[in-house]
Design a protein around this ligand. Structure first.
Ligand SMILES: Cc1cc2nc3c(=O)[nH]c(=O)nc-3n(C[C@H](O)[C@H](O)[C@H](O)COP(=O)(O)OP(=O)(O)OC[C@H]3O[C@@H](n4cnc5c(N)ncnc54)[C@H](O)[C@@H]3O)c2cc1C
Length: 444
């Protein structure tokens, strides 16, 4: 294989599109294959009421890796105010959380129990403060339940953490890895949530970035550029381990890692996306409601119109509900359960008591979230060894590396891989270096 052989990019989500773009910019000949019928992966639009809606609440954070913005600057970005609400105990709090709300969310009794736990068990307090560092140590994976209980005590674990894990993953928390040990309302530790909440009062930007033409516009922007550069995209063209020998050159693989190493048991959970219409002006100006409690099927409910005028309908308000696959499995039909959805939306204060959703469309997205069960790290390493033995395959992005990460992370990984390849690096050396991407933290 020469370093100038044509490159096959597998997957045309944001990872594959940006990798192909960067390779083309570096003067390499590129072809793309995707298992699906269109580009975009998780950023591909879902048509509802004539609107190209996102697959759930999607935005770019102001602290995102600048390469994404640089590559797409001509696509145009809007800076929009964050109007998130956290729904807890039937009341609404501003999200991201302020310090007072964080403590209010925990509740007086639970805060008191946690305080008592720390006073009587100083070791628990030390563990609590080093939560974020400890949780990354997947080698000594004691599981979510023990990890969290040791740090916040049984009461907070049972009240906040266990129901959330069961709702999202549909498994008992003892089966889930400690690396998933998120605070109930944050991606980091409770301590860093508190620190962030304090500093946020002064420093944090309460805005987000959104492409002027929507995420669909971003995908189209890449697609048009690649078309002009003569890069062919082959759809409905899944790639498995047995197909790889047919390609005489390097392969940047942003498809699912489990498709290359099916025997390693890397599992996923999917997500139901429900788009629903309501009479105009029913919902107010909240962009996203975060709903962690187990009483509700949905974990997030967003309003596409609050992200872009391109996703605003003249005739109706549109809501997008995200229901984790969790306990349901992949074949539940939520469109048959509109009465219950209405009841839950009203109880959460998302729609008024008198309102009801009208037209409803369900889309099930399989394999959206890596299912990090206990001991997953050794299975991940075994899968990567399998891929390394193929010699020409460079796994990249959220799916290729089995990561839970953001859009800009995907672009950053694609960039790192393209640099590695164009500097003559081997697939084995790339795979040896990818555990650094496990440090990437999702931002809500
Ligand atoms: C509900 C939700 C909300 C999100 N919100 C945000 C947000 O606000 N901000 C943010 O930055 N990120 C967000 N993300 C994450 C973001 O969507 C992903 O990180 C990103 O889109 C992943 O891009 P990707 O190209 O790596 O994977 P994907 O988008 O999954 O694309 C992979 C592509 O590869 C193809 N493929 C898979 N296997 C094969 C195969 N074997 N052969 C050929 N093709 C294959 C698929 O068809 C697909 O087109 C969110 C994700 C979800 C699910």
């Amino acid at each position: 294989m020469t370093t100038h052989a044509p490159v096959l990019v597998v997957g045309s989500g944001i990872t594959g599109l940006s990798a192909a773009w960067l390779l083309t910019r570096a003067g390499r000949k590129v072809e793309i294959r995707d298992a699906g019928p269109q580009s975009g992966g998780l950023l591909a639009p879902i048509e509802f009421s004539g609107i190209p809606c996102d697959r759930g609440s999607h935005r770019i954070h102001p602290s995102a890796h600048p390469l994404l913005l640089e590559l797409t600057q001509d696509a145009g970005w809007d800076k929009r105010p964050r109007r998130g609400r956290l729904v807890l105990a039937q009341s609404h709090m501003q999200y991201p959380l302020q310090m007072g709300d964080f403590l209010r969310g925990l509740g007086a009794k639970t805060t008191a129990h946690m305080g008592l736990n720390f006073l009587t068990r100083p070791k628990a307090f030390r563990r609590f403060t080093s939560w974020e560092d400890d949780r990354q140590d997947a080698r000594a994976d004691i599981g979510f339940e023990d990890f969290v209980t040791e740090r916040v005590g049984r009461r907070a674990y049972q009240q906040f953490y266990a129901p959330y894990v069961e709702k999202v993953w549909g498994l008992h928390p003892s089966e889930i890895s400690q690396t998933v040990a998120k605070a109930r309302v944050s991606t980091a530790s409770p301590v860093s949530t508190l620190k962030k909440a304090i500093s946020r009062q002064r420093t944090v930007d309460h805005h987000f970035l959104y492409p002027q033409q929507g995420m669909a516009g971003l995908v189209e922007y890449f697609q048009t550029g690649l078309e002009l550069a003569g890069v062919p995209i082959h759809y409905d063209s899944p790639v498995t381990a047995t197909d790889l020998d047919d390609w005489n050159g390097p392969i940047l693989f942003s498809g699912h890692l489990s498709d290359l190493a099916p025997d390693e048991g890397l599992a996923h959970r999917g997500l139901y996306i429900i788009h629903a219409s309501l009479p105009k002006h029913t919902v107010g100006d909240t962009d996203t409601f975060y709903v962690p409690e187990a009483d509700y099927w949905f974990g997030r409910v967003s309003q596409p119109a609050q992200f872009s005028t391109e996703m605003s309908s003249e005739d109706c308000d549109v809501l997008c509900l995200e229901i984790p696959e969790g306990q349901w499995g992949p074949s539940r039909d939520f469109t048959l359960e509109v009465d219950e959805i209405n009841r839950q939306l009203r109880r959460a204060g998302i729609i008024p008591a008198s309102a009801s959703i009208g037209t409803v469309k369900q889309t099930f997205l399989p394999r959206v979230y890596p299912l990090y069960t206990r001991g997953w790290l050794s299975r991940w390493q075994a899968a990567l060894r399998t891929v390394a033995a193929m010699n020409t395959v460079f796994p990249i992005g959220r799916q290729g590396l089995y990561l839970h990460c953001n859009i800009d992370h995907c672009v950053h990984i694609a960039d790192e891989c393209v640099r590695h390849l164009t500097e003559g690096g081997t697939a084995q050396a790339w795979i040896d270096s990818v555990d650094r991407f496990l440090e990437l933290r999702v931002r809500d």
